[in-house]
Design a protein around this ligand. Structure first.
Ligand code: BES
Ligand code: MN
Ligand code: ZN
Length: 494
């Protein structure tokens, strides 16, 4: 899909379809009012008849509106005007593009970006429009022998702006939006792939692919190397799998040579059966999404490279399967982590923190400006926060604020969760330095507590994306979150 910005007289604009917004209660937006005037009240009449109320998500395709040059006009519901926010703007754009796709439109012009959306400018409105359009048009049909949904015919979208002076900002928004959309699509694709294809080795090859022809330096450490480094926790997880674990390191140097890098670490469990502490059968298939943290590292790096961000960035992905086997790690096994600390593995299903702790220790060699890990870490986080926000933890208040802010701006929200020392007690072990699990209560927090023991002298934050990285049910699929949050965070630092 191609995007461009445009400043034009609306009634005389030649387009296959011109989309205009209507607020709940039938209040026409300014662009809609201009078309209404040109058509001598056709739109207002339609709204008055009750055929279109302006409810958020509603859309209505109109043909041959007199006085309007565009072949079709699409009315888009925006919801209540006094509740119009970035969030509802994005929902409206999504519904709009969905209707354009359903209507088989090839070229469309959108006027929603001309509206006043609180806390946005022309840049942000264009960027979010591109992100949402790409989201609506996303398909994952690589594994179907013939495509189910028709191929998107929508090739070109013009984003209208209110003044000539807004075009520069809108064009920049389009560039950034396209880069983010590419990163999100990559994260979705990797997440959606079946676990027999998307193995640790596959992810390693994806990293090499991402690096090809770019200045991204990709290194893949094999198990022998991990053993030398003393990564006993990571290796314990992979011991039950015939797929060897990999530690993928991707270095992007876009900033000054000596500038400390931002380091992103992503959990890459390509399938989590629970191991010997095996999971129940129901929805176990969804544990192919247990590498979505890793996928978000790939996605954020891809977007950062597309944007040529002027900063140094390192992506680290520990990746493994978690399976039961004669060689698998058992409850009560004690391993030594790369940090030197020993861990009693009381539950083999708490494997994410085991692969992450060694990756976090390894990350220290890059002398990070900050380190952020993303992980589908706990079911408890889904219980606490549902599927709306990601859990946000950290040992540095500024860093946590920066990430929270990025989530708001990117409409990819996270919510700050506590990490008080009192929660650490649950990890006590009678036999090792500590255990890998605490009790059922506050499970997302005690998981973060476990990670915090490996990041003592670094600015560190952790995003538990167990509830946000994919959708279940009829719309089952990866969301690409938290790529938008991460890219916003990086943009703000570059
Ligand atoms: N990958 C899971 C977390 C998960 C479960 C995410 C369900 C989304 C939906 C993780 O490895 C896990 O199994 N965590 C355990 C931790 C427990 C054993 C302390 C959990 O949440 O049950
Ligand atoms: Mn698990
Ligand atoms: Zn897991």
């Amino acid at each position: 899909m191609k995007f461009s910005s445009k400043f034009a007289e609306l009634p005389s604009l030649e387009s296959a379809c011109l989309a205009v917004g209507v607020f709940d209660g039938g209040k026409l937006t300014e662009p809609a009012r201009m078309l209404d005037q040109a058509s001598r009240g056709q739109l207002a009449g339609l709204v008055k008849s009750g055929a279109f109320t302006g409810r958020l998500g509603q859309s209505l395709m109109l043909f041959q509106i007199s006085g309007v040059a565009a072949e079709r006009v699409l009315l888009v519901g925006l919801g209540k005007q006094d509740e119009f926010t970035l969030r509802t703007y994005r929902k409206a754009v999504h519904a709009c593009v969905q209707a354009l796709l359903d209507g088989g439109v090839k070229h469309a012009a959108l006027t929603l970006g001309m509206l006043n959306v609180p806390h946005t400018d022309a840049y942000a409105r264009a960027r979010h429009a591109v992100e949402c359009a790409a989201d609506a048009a996303y398909r994952f049909e690589q594994c179907k022998s013939r495509p189910e949904k028709p191929k998107p015919m929508l090739h070109e979208i013009s984003l209208l702006v209110s003044g000539r002076d807004e075009r520069g900002a809108a064009e920049r928004g389009i560039r950034h939006g396209s880069a983010i959309a590419e990163g999100v699509a990559l994260a979705k694709d990797l997440g959606n792939l079946p676990p027999n294809i998307c193995t640790p080795g596959y992810l390693a090859n994806e990293a090499r692919k991402l690096g090809r022809g770019t200045k991204l330096k990709v290194t893949v450490l094999e198990e022998a190397h991990m053993k030398k480094l003393g990564m006993g926790a990571l290796l314990a997880v992979s011991s039950g799998s015939s797929q060897p674990a990999k530690l993928i390191i991707m270095e992007y140097r876009g900033g000054p040579k000596n500038a400390k890098p931002q380091v992103l670490v992503g959990k890459g469990i390509t399938f989590d059966s629970g191991g010997i502490s095996i999971k129940p059968t129901a929805a176990m298939d969804e544990m192919k999404f247990d590498m979505c943290g890793a996928a978000s590292v790939f996605g954020a790096l891809k977007a950062a490279m597309r944007m040529q961000l002027k900063l140094n960035l390192v992506g680290i992905v520990p990746t493994s399967e978690n399976l039961p086997d004669g060689k698998a790690v058992k409850p009560a096994d004690i391993v030594r982590t790369m940090s030197g600390l020993t861990v009693e593995i009381l539950n083999t299903d708490a494997e994410g923190r085991l692969i992450l702790c060694d990756a976090l220790t390894y990350a220290q060699r890059f002398k990070p400006a900050a380190i952020v890990d993303m992980a589908t870490l706990t079911g408890a986080c889904v219980i606490a926060l549902g599927n709306v926000v990601s859990g946000l933890f950290g040992n540095d208040e500024t860093l946590v604020k920066e990430l929270w802010n990025a989530g708001e701006q990117a409409d990819d929200r996270a919510w700050h969760m506590p990490l008080y020392d009192d929660y650490q007690d649950g990890l006590k072990s009678n036999f090792a330095d500590f255990a890998n699990v605490a009790g059922r209560e506050g499970g997302a927090i005690t998981a973060a507590c476990y990670l915090s023991r490996f990041t003592k002298n670094m600015r560190w934050a952790h995003l538990d994306i167990a509830g946000t990285a994919w959708k279940s049910g009829a719309e089952k699929g990866a969301t690409g979150r938290p790529v938008p949050l991460l890219v916003q965070y990086l943009l703000d630092r570059a």
